[in-house]
Design a protein. Structure first.
Length: 81
């Protein structure tokens, strides 16, 4: 794994990208401290569904956002048991 400073990375970006394309990894450092890593791109293993692809597969009740005033009655201090 090769390490380069930011200035060198900006100057040699095309060359570094060619190295990455061939499988190498490059670490970019600032004042000797690693801050980024150039690695070959790998496409996601799982196909991402198009927006709207699940239309008809999900159902939401008409009143899903209706108020639930009595939901927390059990927490009322005035409630005597």
């Amino acid at each position: 794994m090769q390490s380069v400073n930011i200035h060198e990375a900006k100057t040699r970006l095309s060359q570094l990208l060619e190295q990455v394309q061939s499988g190498d990894e490059i670490v970019i450092a600032k004042a000797g401290n690693p801050i980024a890593r150039l690695v070959p791109y790998t496409p996601p293993k799982r196909k991402i569904a198009q927006p709207g692809a699940m239309e008809g597969a999900i159902w939401i009740s008409e009143d899903f956002d209706a108020p639930v005033n009595d939901l927390f009655e059990c927490l009322d201090e005035d409630d005597s048991r």
